[in-house]
Design a binder for this molecule. Sequence first.
Ligand code: NAD
Ligand code: UDP
Length: 317
Amino acid sequence: MNMQTSLVTGGSGFLGSHLCQQLLAQEENVICLDNLSTGHLRNIEPLLAHKKFLFINHDVQSDMIDLFKLKKINKIYNLASPASPEQYQKQPITTTLTNVIGTARCLELAQFHGASFLQASTSEVYGEPLIHPQKENYFGNVSTIGPRACYDEGKRCAETITSDYHKKYGIPVKIIRIFNTYGPHMSCDDGRVVSNFVVQALQNKTLKIYGNGLQTRSFCFVDDLVSGLMQAMETKKDCWMPINIGNNNEISILELAQKIIKLTHSQSQIQFLPPLESDPRQRKPDLTRAKSILSWQPKVSLEKGLLKTIEYFRKFI
Ligand code: NAD
Ligand code: UDP
């Protein structure tokens, strides 16, 4: 019997809820901690009755050691943080503090329990990248005061404190730089591009592109991403250095809009709006390190992943 206990912060959000589900499938005990700021109970509803699952409504910025004194934790996946630019820009100060103070709280807890720790970092640490595709040894091009700084700099500092806890206290840590991921359990009003376009296309409403649509992203389906997180946590290899996880199939936002209109058989039109300030022009992960250290690579094609995502959103339209 699997007696391991994993704590997933941000566990009722998009990625966290899939991770909780997969950990339960491995028969682990799972504690999902979330303040429901961008996450939803509906994402974890099927898990609430599971005897190995516990939901705690709590903010990662508050002390957690008292909360978990009596229950041994083996692994901490720290996912708590808004991820959509629209959401994190509504609460910029909370976003920075969630990533800096919240990560420090989770690391204190990992030290207290001797637990392994995985930090959900982001491709946003590369900012507006001057190197393409982005390798982990690229230091990035990030504004300290722009509209994305609360998130980008919060995540960069979270990487710093995570690596310093490893160097100072020997905690086994993993720093995973997640690239744009999509799939079921994103909120209809999340604000990120895939959910926006799918919801608009299903409603035959206009798809709104910021700028000329030639900016690129590389989209990873959630199942691939979650398997990457779990493989990273489980690897016995000494790898506290950051690892990119995502899909390296790069596509422009205009092509994405056209693909979603086609897959939904929608009557929607495309409208071009003024570009967003500090919107990165291109993004694509170099996955060499993930392949060599974790033997991981994405498997789900964009078309297959989008069809599963469209099927999910149909329930809400
Ligand atoms: P999400 O917004 O759906 O989930 C984030 C979860 O964290 C939500 O359930 C929210 O309620 C919770 N949360 C936020 N602040 C909290 C706090 N102070 N205390 C407790 N809980 C809090 O976003 P997601 O896409 O699932 O992202 C999960 C993690 O992965 C985030 O750390 C994000 O930065 C990272 N990430 C995601 C992507 C992506 O494409 N999905 C890309 C890069 C990084
Ligand atoms: N975008 C868009 N329309 C939308 C939402 C996003 O054109 O309704 C663009 C956005 O300007 C960016 C890209 O899609 O260039 C990805 O945006 P998202 O918010 O999903 O994530 P980001 O990678 O910017 O954090």
